[in-house]
Design a protein around this ligand. Sequence first.
Ligand code: WAQ
Ligand code: MG
Length: 275
Amino acid sequence: MRASKQSTETTIAEHISGAERLVTTELLQSCLSNLLERALNHSLGNPDLINFSINKIDTNKIEKRKSLPIRTVKVEDHREGISLVEKILKHLGINQYIINLAINWIQFGGAPNGGNMRGAILFDIATMQRLEENQYSGIRATNMDMSVEAELQLKKLLYSKNIYNSRIRDALTLATKVCNFSGVIAELCCSDDPDYIGGYVANKNLGYIRINKLKPFGQHTGGRVIFVDSTCCDVNSYKDYLRNSIISITSIHEATKEEVLTFNEMRKILVGKHE
Ligand code: WAQ
Ligand code: MG
């Protein structure tokens, strides 16, 4: 599902929300109804175009994956959140210049006009280039979902920590797909919803690191940046993988259990990994 506001003589088109599901035919109707409700009730406003695209898939082509492990870091304010993003990306070998660019994109939108994109920025740290064909729409990861069993497992784990919210399911699914490819360094995300100020940094080894504050409340911009290293990532295959491979998250990583951390606790984990 994709919901948007169309452009007018005085305004440009705006992406409002999007979501992916892998369901059996029997569940199609209820699934569409849930997605419609989501499209119609969004803090970014009312859409005037909602697209549903339904594709039959070959179930033999579904690849099952375990989610990334989840860590939640509770920071004092968005400045501390951004400072943690910097530390994590630096730890992963990304230079400060690129980090500054990326933070700006995910806080204020990465489209050339400064607005939100529909998809992600794909950034090559080897050539310092953006690799999306269209920098307004970016690249969208599609064809992924979480199984009912994995969702239950996720709810059980996170309810006990009082940190469950419905966004984690989709964001963890996307991040797990995005990071499970050779030569992908990390994904950085900040919600574009004005009433949700959190985001995450994800990496195959460090996991899905949720950060509860990455922008001021009320800000209508956000975004995603996927960092790849083209010296060890086949970029065309990766784009094809993001769009076309069919990934189902069928279990949640067991290391998720006790991980609710403060800024300093997360910082120590990063320092520890250097030693
Ligand atoms: N593929 C690539 N990029 C996408 C996709 C996709 N399927 N969906 C959204 N984006 C980009 C797009 O530029 C959006 O503007 C931006 O990401 C943010 O999307 O653990 O709510 O749906 O607490 O606003 C993460 C934290 C919430 C959840 C993410 O993102 C948690 C969120 P949103
Ligand atoms: Mg959003």
